[in-house]
Design a protein around this ligand. Structure first.
Ligand code: NAP
Ligand code: LUD
Length: 295
């Protein structure tokens, strides 16, 4: 049996289109287009690629993008001053400070300084707390993208056993909250989990967000499970370009799972599509216009 390949690129393209339509409606109603400010400190090549994709998608959706490129040597105080300026800028609906930040800047302090109403990453404690307590929140884009793919694949998730591997604030924890919100029975596994293969083997839904190339093996997976691979790992190659692989051994898992996301072309593109959606939603809420429907 070969698993269905879940096409995240196609799902993201559909979402981009729907967002662009809703952006036109917002722009007419509000008399201005939604705005997203991105901040990149330093020149990490992967981060630069992601930020470029985000700014390109923003413009393609008919939104305004404000990009701020800061040198690697930027101090925490300088970054906080920029965040404060963006908090007060009425044209800016969303603020995204790309992670990781240089080691001498405390990411927790920076995240806490972002206006929660503009926190399109959903990383601020106010948004994390709202998600955890079932209040309307801005939700981290990557788990939101994973949920979108799971819903498209399964319809209802109610009663299904879901295992999330990884407990970061960016992916694992909010993913678990979203799955719980869909009435799945949720297990969160991490580096101290005993017998991870056995825990994974019980799951109807596996979300892997670890950051270890091909750690999850095919024979861990329950036959017929749905596998969402969040991992982005660069494997060196002879030509020096490197190759991207996920946290799941794709070929092995394909023999067992019902459906699986590839890397690249799975969760990554959905993250960017969801950022567009969250920026649009933040713009509606800030303008006092009801959330767009059908997204
Ligand atoms: P992270 O903050 O490093 O968290 C990794 C998690 O994996 C931690 O909770 C850690 O456990 C757990 N872990 C580490 N080794 C493990 C092991 N041997 N067995 C079980 N669990 C283990 O990473 P992250 O930010 O969540 O990102 C995870 C991966 O997703 C990375 O590859 C990242 O590049 C990728 N990512 C992709 C997207 C996308 O859009 N596609 C977005 C964000 C991240 P402890 O808590 O016990 O240390
Ligand atoms: N920081 C993110 N840091 C890293 N891959 C992303 C990502 C697109 N504040 C903040 O965007 O949400 C964030 N907010 N993140 N990430 C990772 C994480 C952040 C990762 C991959 C991709 C965004 C993506 O489009 C492509 C794919 O998987 O098909 C391949 C391109 C590639 O080189 O990964």
């Amino acid at each position: 049996m070969t698993a269905r390949r879940i096409d995240g690129k196609a799902a993201a393209a559909e979402l981009h289109e729907r967002v662009a339509g809703a952006v036109r409606n917002f722009t007419q109603a509000a008399g201005r287009a939604p705005g997203l400010a991105t901040v990149l400190v330093g020149e990490d090549p992967a981060s630069a690629v992601y930020i470029r994709s985000k700014n390109k998608a923003t413009a393609a959706a008919g939104m305004v993008s404000f990009h701020h490129q800061l040198p690697e040597t930027t101090s925490e105080a300088e970054l906080l001053a920029l965040v404060d300026e963006l908090n007060r800028d009425e044209r800016v609906d969303g603020i995204l400070v790309q992670l990781p930040l240089p080691s001498d800047i405390d990411d927790k302090t920076v995240i806490a300084a972002i206006d929660p109403a503009k926190d399109v990453d959903g990383f601020h404690a106010e948004n994390a707390g709202k998600l955890a307590t079932g209040l309307e929140a801005l939700v981290p884009c990557t788990p939101l993208g994973c949920l979108h793919l799971l819903r498209a694949e399964l319809g209802s998730l109610a009663g299904l056993d879901a295992v999330v591997i990884g407990r970061s604030n960016i992916v694992g924890k909010p993913m678990a909250m979203l799955l719980l919100g869909e009435n799945a029975t949720v297990t969160i596994a991490h580096s101290r989990t005993r017998d991870l293969p056995e825990v994974v083997g019980r799951a109807d839904i596996v979300v892997a967000a670890v950051g270890r190339a091909e750690m999850v093996r095919g024979d861990w997976i329950k036959p017929g499970a749905i596998v969402i691979d969040v991992g982005i790992n660069r494997i060196p190659t002879e030509d020096g370009k490197g190759r991207l692989v996920g946290d799941v051994a794709y070929d092995e898992a394909s023999e067992v799972a019902a459906a699986i996301t590839p890397v690249p072309g799975g969760v990554g593109p959905m993250t960017i599509a969801m950022l567009m959606r969250s920026t649009l939603v933040a713009a509606h809420r800030r303008a006092g216009i009801a959330d767009p429907e059908g997204l």
